[in-house]
Design a protein around this ligand. Sequence first.
Ligand SMILES: Cc1cc2nc3c(=O)[nH]c(=O)nc-3n(C[C@H](O)[C@H](O)[C@H](O)COP(=O)(O)OP(=O)(O)OC[C@H]3O[C@@H](n4cnc5c(N)ncnc54)[C@H](O)[C@@H]3O)c2cc1C
Length: 405
Amino acid sequence: MNIQYVQGNPIFTAINKVPKQYPYLTEDLETDVIVIGGGVTGAIASYYFSENNINTVVLEKSRVGFGSSSVTTSLLQYELDQNLNVLTEAISVEDGIKAYKLGLKALKEIDNFIKKYGNNCDYEPKDTLLYTSQNIEKKEIYEEYKLRKENGLDVEFIDEKNNPFSFDLKAGVCSKLGGAQLDPYKYTHQLLDVACVNGVRVYENTEVVKINYEKEGVEVETNYGYKVKGKIIIVATGYDTRIFTNRNFGTMTTTFNIATKPIKNFNGWKNRVLIRDNSDPYNYLRTTGDNRIIIGGEDIEFRPQMLKEEVAYQKYSILENRLKAMFPKIKNVEIEFKYCGAFASTKDNLGFLGPDPNKKNLWYCLGYGANGILFAILGGMMLSKLFLGEKSEDLRLFKVDRFDN
Ligand SMILES: Cc1cc2nc3c(=O)[nH]c(=O)nc-3n(C[C@H](O)[C@H](O)[C@H](O)COP(=O)(O)OP(=O)(O)OC[C@H]3O[C@@H](n4cnc5c(N)ncnc54)[C@H](O)[C@@H]3O)c2cc1C
């Protein structure tokens, strides 16, 4: 069954030219690691494996960066999608704080990458804001602030008295440089450029259709019959994992985004911080390198069939009204892009990184949950080291079978 993971007019593949095309596979190959999926996650994984001098091949069934990576808002934040005291059934506060700190480590990694290879992806470090406009949630936000503060995170509490934004805010936690934003399509290509210089071979229009698990390795068959042999495969296929496992990794929703045309002033939006409210489902906002605003949210249950246009248009219209109500001083707001697609959340808001419990040559790098790109970075770092025999204690948090039984 062909599942529709993205719908509408995605911003990032529309505002960018295709910087590079990769060939399709026309021969059999051997390598150490086969990364399946050429989205931002596959690009990150292949970059880290290549930085560790591990022979790597990337196979992408369509075009690089044209899957979910063409729509991700790429709100890169260390925090998770739910507050620590709400998450306690699925994760301890200690592990939650640990996940926050790993998020900061992943943000630092992106910063180092940009310093080393240049900023070709509109990367910008950012402060972040988590806020509520409901009196009833003030206490929860304050608790979240306190937990972060007590654990050494650089946060400030704001309320109605010192609200620097034009929208109604009863309580908020501002995290100093707690996030970043970038253009995920450009970032995917930049990572693959570097990976290719390191020796990675990338193939587009090359779908993996069958996997043969062998005693000491794995062989994948592709759509035109050519095969690639490797020691392991890394599943970086985003939300489509059906040919690898029956495992149900997360709860899928459809999330909606609209993006404006470039805007001249951002009155009422101090420092153009990354914004997330405390609603369920939450709304999220960022600006872009070319001065647009992206606002998202209004999530509904995901269905594999095409979503009816009128449902999507109703959601886009709610988002547009919300944006205009939050920032009445921003003039001439015109919406240019409207799109929606799948998003997967997990009980503890963390992704899945590591080997399959039953097949040692099948490894996953799945940025499900709150912070897809940051989890992919942690995956790239830890899985490349694991391949070399160095197991990180932190992989425990992302274990594939952690919710079994
Ligand atoms: C509107 C919207 C906003 C979002 N915002 C965020 C956000 O702010 N933060 C966040 O974490 N997530 C967000 N998401 C989810 C986000 O899109 C994903 O987390 C992220 O982009 C996934 O990247 P990926 O590389 O894992 O997947 P993809 O970009 O989908 O890449 C997977 C690739 O694998 C390829 N593939 C699949 N099967 C095969 C096969 N058999 N053989 C070869 N190739 C194959 C696909 O063609 C695809 O290119 C959002 C989603 C939507 C719809």
